[in-house]
Design a protein around this ligand. Structure first.
Ligand SMILES: Nc1ncnc2c1ncn2[C@@H]1O[C@H](COP(=O)(O)OP(=O)(O)OP(=O)(O)O)[C@@H](O)[C@H]1O
Ligand SMILES: [Mg+2]
Length: 821
């Protein structure tokens, strides 16, 4: 494979980049973050599509481009003499061959499949052969021994064996699971066989029993059928007997009732004949009854009037008494209105008198009380003054004439006697006044006579007012009563006049004896009149009764004839109750036996069906068991085959791995010697796929970081070469991203030299690095830098170092470029 041209539009930091690639060693050089690895990523994405980019697909669009800006990568490459162009965008892809106008594939899946087919490798395989990703170089160092073996096995394609082995193991697991499932669900063969035998026996027994029961049922049914006609005849005869007997009884009852009716009618006719004479006599005797009845009605009426008159007279008497009482009362209170006037006047006068006496009494009493209080107050004041002077005299007596005046503090001296005298005089005057007021108080202590007289006059006046008020109340109630009494008296007098009138209008002449006599006569004649009526009615109905009598006689004759007929028919019916009962018992027995036999037959048939069903299921279980046993032995065979296959794959992988290590060690050792200028000529891959550098055949326990990088690089190159040799197709491309790690300059030159020497195998090498000095020794340099203004990567081809020849001159192992390309 050879890459010719690559175009990137809005792919990550590359807004618009075009790169022409040639053969030989192309260096893609630029500082960190310039967009170098992005170029490789674009190649991978263009070929393999989604999944080959570093992050999620949405992150690849150039950040400064619009949301809908087109993202595109176009890659031109050659392979086995054919030219290809792949166009890939976010949502579409196309591939053209040899500049053909029409694409050979124009869908994303179509392009992916086409490329994978043409390159003969998957995306993963591609990355492990053509590409050595940044960071991939030392990836083995961080792995555990098994992971390393696994990795190598994967990159060299041995992994297919592991996948195949995994498939074999997976299948074996399924087989085992199936086997254990089969075993778990498989019944015990002994149990199945026993069940089958038992079910067969049960079915045979049931069949025998069912045949026997069917035979018994047929026999019982025949016996039942045989008795049926006899039983029907017996029932028929019994029914006929019952029917005729019933009819007989009806006819006899009818006959009896006709006879009774005839007798009743005959009696009526006799009565009619006898009634003829009696009727005339009775009619004569009851002739007066209507007149008597009218008389009784008149007397009854008079009797009722008499009773009413008595009631009214009683009422009239009561009213007369009442009128008398009311008249007396009216006369008693007739003067009440004049009395009311007189009493009112007297009351007003007495009230005035009372008011006047009360006024005087109040004034006098106030005066008396005031005098009393005045005398008391004055006396108390005198008593206080008397006490004070007495105290002063006592103090003076204590002080004596030499003492100092208690008021002015001067010596009393000759004033002492004068002061004592003056005070004594004052005391005497006070005592005399005190006595006067005490007397005055004693005088005022009892109520004065005039006040007593006034109080008495007030009480008398009040009593008179009270009496007059009571009298006025009485008179006023009499005035009110007078109107009511007058009205009531008028009402009673009117009612009395009405009663007198009513009593006067009532008829007279009620005779009680006559009334009793008439009533007795009517009571005697009434039953006779009833009999007259009955006999007259009988006589009236005579023709009709005679006709009825004739009809009953004719009906009686007819019924007697019918009874005779029925009796004859009854005699003809041949029925014996004993015979009937015997047939009934026989029929019931046959019915019961037939029913039992039928039930037993049905039960036996049911059992037969159940037995057949269990025999069937036992047979099915046996068949199923046989099938499962067969399947189980097939699975056992398959398991044996898969066991063997698994072993074979393991052996094969061990063999391949055993061969792989020495081969890889040899290739890597050759590269190592070249890169280290034969300082180290041996690189061994241990059992754990650990890299060990040998110095003169002795393993070096410690190697420098740079030496370790060299070791990893040579191993990676050895792997690439090995893959290329085994792949069997021209693997002319090698892409190495930042493989120098910590190699010193001389070693870096050696790497380039080595790559140059591998030119026959890898005609196109793309070397990505940020180390500027590597330019020297390259066939072509593509510079990549970040342009701050546009925020995108700028790519341009620059010439390798001018003093390349000079630089190379110092490196003995480096071959001339011209020769290499
Ligand atoms: N969609 C995008 N738009 C713009 N810039 C992006 C986008 N995706 C990634 N980048 C940026 O592109 C830059 C270049 O990345 P790349 O890996 O190509 O660098 P490099 O040159 O390989 O650097 P180093 O030498 O460190 O490996 C990074 O800084 C990254 O952040
Ligand atoms: Mg990079």
């Amino acid at each position: 494979m050879r890459i010719n041209r690559l175009q990137l539009v809005n792919f990550r930091q590359h807004a618009d980049t075009s790169i022409e690639f040639g053969t030989g060693i192309t260096g893609v050089i630029g500082p960190n973050g310039a967009g170098k690895t992005t170029i490789l990523e674009a190649i991978a994405w263009c070929l393999y599509g989604t999944g080959a980019q570093r992050d999620k697909l949405e992150t690849i669009r150039f950040q400064r481009a619009g949301e809908r800006a087109q993202v595109k990568v176009v890659l031109d490459f050659e392979l086995s003499g054919q030219r290809y162009r792949v166009n890939r965008e976010m949502s579409r892809a196309e591939v053209y061959v040899n500049d053909d106008a029409n694409p050979v594939a124009n869908t994303k899946t179509g392009v992916n499949e086409f490329i994978q087919r043409r390159l003969g490798m998957t995306r993963v395989e591609f990355f492990n052969t053509y590409f050595t990703d940044q960071k991939q170089l030392s990836v083995m160092a961080s792995m555990k021994p098994t992971e390393r073996a696994h990795f190598l096995s994967r990159v060299l394609g041995y992994e297919k064996l592991r996948t195949a082995q995994d498939l074999v193991r997976e299948r074996r697991k399924t087989i085992l699971a199936e086997m254990s499932g089969l075993r778990a669900g498989m019944p015990d063969p002994d149990v199945v066989a026993r069940t089958l035998a038992e079910a067969g026996k049960r079915a045979a027994d049931s069949a025998r029993l069912a045949t026997e029961r069917r035979r018994v049922h047929v026999e019982c049914d025949a016996a039942f059928q045989q008795i049926l006609p006899r039983w029907a005849a017996a029932q028929e005869a019994r029914e006929a007997l019952q029917k005729t007997t019933g009819e007989m009884q009806v006819a006899e009852t009818e006959e009896r009732s006709l006879l009774a009716r005839g007798e009743r009618i005959g009696a009526d006719l006799n009565e009619i004949v006898q009634a003829g004479a009696e009727l005339d006599d009775l009619r004569l005797r009851t002739e007066r009854l209507p007149a008597l009845t009218i008389e009784l009605q008149r007397l009854d009426s008079l009797y009722r009037e008499e009773g009413r008159r008595r009631t009214l007279a009683e009422q009239s008497r009561e009213i007369a008494t009442e009128i008398e009482r009311l008249t007396a009362k009216k006369a008693r209170i007739a003067l009440a209105p004049e009395q009311e006037e007189t009493v009112t006047l007297a009351l007003e006068k007495h009230r005035a008198t009372l008011e006047e006496v009360e006024g005087k009494l109040e004034a006098r009493r106030t005066e008396w009380v005031r005098d009393k209080q005045e005398a008391q107050t004055k006396r108390q004041a005198l008593l206080r003054q008397h006490g004070d002077i007495k105290e002063q005299l006592r103090i003076l007596a204590d002080l004596g004439p030499d003492g100092a005046c208690p008021t002015c503090s001067r010596a009393l001296g000759e004033n002492f006697a004068r002061v004592v005298e003056s005070l004594t005089e004052q005391m005497d005057a006070l005592t005399s006044d005190g006595k006067y007021f005490r007397k005055r108080m004693e005088e005022l202590d009892g109520m004065p006579e005039d006040i007593k007289a006034l109080d008495e006059a007030r009480r008398t006046a009040a009593q008179e007012v009270g009496a007059l008020e009571r009298q006025l109340a009485k008179v006023q109630s009499a005035v009110l009563e007078l109107t009511g009494v007058a009205r009531e008296l008028t009402d009673k007098e009117e009612r009395q006049a009405q009663l007198v009138q009513e009593i006067a209008a009532m008829p007279e002449g009620f005779d009680a004896a006559e009334h009793a006599r008439v009533r007795a006569q009517i009571e005697e004649l009434t039953p006779l009149a009833v009999r007259v009526e009955r006999l007259a009615a009988l006589a009236e109905r005579e023709p009709q009764i005679r006709t009825e009598y004739d009809e009953v006689a004719a009906m009686l004759v007819a019924h007697r004839g019918r009874s005779q007929e029925l009796r004859a028919a009854l005699a003809k019916i041949a029925f014996s109750e004993e015979e009937y009962l015997a047939t009934k018992v026989e029929h019931e027995r046959a019915t019961g036996a037939a029913r039992v036999a039928e039930l037993q037959r049905i039960t036996a048939e049911g059992e037969l069906r159940a037995a057949n069903a269990s025999a069937d299921s036992a047979r099915e279980a046996a068949t199923e068991l046989a099938k499962r046993e067969e399947k189980l032995s097939a699975l056992k065979r398959a398991r044996r085959i898969h066991d063997e296959l698994d072993r074979a794959y393991s052996d094969l992988r061990s063999d391949l791995n055993a061969q792989l290590r020495p081969e890889l060690s040899e290739l890597a050792s050759g590269f190592m010697a070249e890169l280290t200028d034969s300082r180290y000529s041996e690189l061994e891959l241990t059992n754990d796929y650990d890299l060990t550098v040998l110095d003169d055949g002795v393993p070096k326990p410690v190697i420098s970081g740079g030496e370790e990088d060299v070791a990893h690089l040579v191993l990676r190159l050895a792997i690439s070469q090995m893959i290329a040799e085994r792949a069997g197709q021209p693997f002319s491309l090698l892409v190495l991203d930042e493989i120098f790690g910590s190699l010193d300059e001389a070693r870096r030159h050696n790497v380039i030299n080595l790559l140059r020497r591998l030119h026959d195998r890898f005609e196109q090498v793309i070397l990505i690095t940020h180390i500027e000095s590597v330019r020297e020794g390259l066939d072509r340099v593509i510079s990549v830098r970040y342009d701050e203004g546009s925020g995108s990567s700028r790519v341009e081809e620059s010439a390798p170092s001018d003093d390349l020849a000079a630089a190379l001159a110092g490196l003995p192992v480096l071959e001339p470029i011209a020769a290499a390309s």
